[in-house]
Ligand binder design. Structure first.
Ligand SMILES: Nc1nc2c(c(=O)[nH]1)N[C@H]1C(S)=C(S)[C@@H](COP(=O)(O)O)O[C@H]1N2
Ligand SMILES: [Mo]
Length: 156
């Protein structure tokens, strides 16, 4: 591929949908406008062994909160029914619970990374980074969809 094609290549887009007041289409350039965090992670892969990487990007919790998830603003209990489904463009998928990344519950500092080892992810798409995971499998690369799902509320 010529360099002009490479640099003008399409920037990957991620669809943020679900029980949200403000669904959005997110790109790496757009995610760079958020407060950036850094994570030096090491994880083990069953096939390729131990890997170490430095990632930067916004907190997943910050980005999802800004999209207006449909839970009660102050009743913490109402958040517990929400799940977060993260899809890679290749069909790899992992689920997180909202409580896992919520500062009032699991407080996991999960990133929606926009760089890996100093290289931009704008062509591939953002990567999920879970510093708490021993295994690499949830570090989904090339994310093209995130769905926030509150399920059904059985009682008010
Ligand atoms: N989109 C996508 N992301 C993925 C995977 C995958 O198959 N598809 N594999 C996971 C696994 S099993 C590991 S260990 C890490 C690192 O995988 P790598 O060695 O292929 O970089 O990426 C994770 N992210
Ligand atoms: Mo893996």
């Amino acid at each position: 591929m010529s360099q002009s094609l490479a640099t003008a290549g399409p920037v990957a887009e991620l669809a943020l949908t679900g029980d949200l007041a403000r669904p959005a289409r997110l790109t790496v350039p757009g995610l760079l406008t958020w407060r950036q965090h850094r994570a030096d992670v090491s994880f083990e892969c069953a096939t390729s062994g131990i890997q170490r990487h430095r990632f930067t990007g916004p907190l997943l919790h910050d980005v999802l909160t800004a999209a207006g998830p449909g839970f009660h603003p102050t009743r913490r209990k109402d958040r517990l029914r929400f799940l977060i489904a993260v899809d890679g463009a290749d069909g790899h998928r992992a689920l997180l619970s909202w409580a896992e990344i919520d500062p009032d519950f699991g407080r996991a500092p999960v990133l929606l990374a926009v760089t890996i080892d100093g290289t931009s992810l704008d062509l591939v798409g953002p990567q999920l980074v879970l510093p708490q995971d021993r295994c690499g499998a949830r570090h989904i690369s090339g994310i093209n969809a995130i769905r926030v799902d509150g399920g059904y509320r059985l009682r008010a």
